[in-house]
Design a protein around this ligand. Structure first.
Ligand code: URA
Length: 431
């Protein structure tokens, strides 16, 4: 078998066999198939798609490219969550401590930024010393002792996804339903999850721009979950505007900390409570969503969720003084408040535009080897549907470079559309 023939077959819209997919994935992981061939193949998949069977085969090939974590004896039920990626999505930073504080131990392996969407690991690394490279023994020990883990994908779990994920980020091959489904599900299955809550983002700041695409991705992931014997639930949530106010690594961590302390933007808090409630139900800590939500609210109100976040940061070597005083986190050289150019109702805050502007400021990567700048990003002050008055703060830019600041000002200003007509707020969840 030759890699080039598999690429050509996919280019010609053929259906790959399980044998071909296994050959390709194994060859990539072993280093026999180079990045450029895998990139060409990923582009062929993006353009021509995959059948559900091919996607399932790809998922399982990626799971089998490494070890499968066995959490028996560590937790009584292994529950995991995953977001399909968005702008300002710092949900994990709040949901994990909430559910752990409610007595549901949760260990999660997260990823880095992907295209215009931010990555949990990049965010957590805004806290000096925080380690995202726990090995599986450390992962298990911390999960058992502290009930909370948030780390990077261990190199021995679904390594094929780890390699493919970073290639896709820089080759324009992220927004493919089969590639996203197999990427997410391979990680979750390899990480030992028995029940999985997936937050599938819908909108122009998500990889799934329409509800139909999000439904297709969700159905595929539920199907793969079923085949692998994992209970999988998908929530379809809005990503037409950034979630919360903060976009950018350290800024998002600060917003997550505020939310854990009982403040934070209303939409973001509500989103986190909803996802937490589902996790508590699938994790059998709450009998229904109402009870789960009540537990989650209480964990914020009594400080136990914030305390869990401190425990998490300390356990992974992070400097907890940055959590206690989040103003210590990296600050950008230039902080500029941009004012509303006119009065009216906000009809659009283009999430993708904001996400791309944040990557351009340095919060994300343009190529695999780029380092991220933790300090830069935006505070978006208003939500779609809100009335704004001319001259009031519309957004704040945190930048470390004057030229990039000017570019960000223009692009984020044009991401905001203010009109005379009353506009309803966007929903948080669709389904
Ligand atoms: N999140 C993932 O883990 N993988 C993708 O491909 C997209 C979002």
């Amino acid at each position: 078998m030759r890699a080039v023939d598999i690429i050509i077959k996919k280019r010609e819209k053929g259906e790959l066999t399980q044998e071909e997919i296994n050959f390709f994935v194994q060859g990539f992981v072993k280093g026999d198939i180079p990045d450029y061939q895998v990139s060409a193949w990923a582009m062929a998949v993006l353009l021509n798609g995959m059948t559900p069977q091919e996607t399932t085969d790809l998922t399982l090939a990626m799971v089998l490219s490494g070890r499968i974590l066995d959490l028996t004896g560590v937790v009584d039920i292994a529950v995991d969550k995953h977001s399909s990626g968005g702008v300002g999505d710092k949900t994990t930073l709040v949901v994990l401590p909430i559910v752990a504080a409610c007595g549901l131990p949760v260990g999660k392996m997260s990823g880095r930024g992907l295209g215009f969407s931010g990555g949990t690991l990049d965010k957590m690394e805004s806290i000096p010393g925080y380690r995202v490279d726990l090995n599986t023994d450390e992962f298990k020990r911390q999960l058992k002792e502290k009930g909370i883990v948030l780390t990077g994908q261990s190199l021995d779990l679904a390594p094929a996804d780890g390699k493919l994920y970073s290639l896709r980020d820089v080759t324009g091959t992220v927004p493919s339903i089969p590639l996203i489904a197999s990427s997410i599900m391979s990680k979750k299955i390899a990480a030992g999850a028995q029940a999985i809550v997936l937050d599938v983002k819908v909108g122009n700041g998500a990889f799934m721009e329409t509800l139909d695409m999000a439904r297709e991705l969700s159905a595929l992931m539920v199907q793969i979950g079923d085949l692998a014997g994992r209970k999988t639930i998908c929530l379809l949530s809005d990503m037409n505007q950034p979630l919360g106010h903060a976009v950018g690594n350290a800024l998002e961590v600060k917003e997550a900390i505020d939310t854990l302390k009982g403040d934070g933007p209303a939409d973001f808090r509500e989103h986190c409570l909803h996802v937490s409630a589902y996790m508590l139900v699938v994790g059998k800590r709450a009998k229904d969503l109402n009870e789960g939500r009540g537990m989650a609210e209480k964990a914020i109100a009594n400080g136990s969720a914030f305390e869990k976040f401190r425990v998490l940061v300390a356990a992974q070597g992070g400097d907890v003084s940055y959590v206690d005083d989040s103003d210590r986190m990296a600050r950008a050289k230039f902080v500029e408040v941009v004012k509303a150019p006119c009065s009216g109702f906000l009809s659009r805050v283009d999430a993708r535009g904001v996400g791309e502007a944040s990557v351009a400021l340095g919060a994300g990567r343009a190529k695999k080897s780029d380092a991220v700048d933790h300090a830069v990003g935006f505070i978006i002050h208003h939500k779609v549907g809100e009335r704004v008055e001319q001259g009031e703060p519309l957004f704040t830019i945190h930048a470390n470079d004057e030229r990039k600041l000017a570019e960000a000002r223009a692009s984020v200003l044009s991401a905001h559309i203010i009109g005379n007509a009353i506009v309803p707020p966007l929903p948080l969840f669709y389904e």
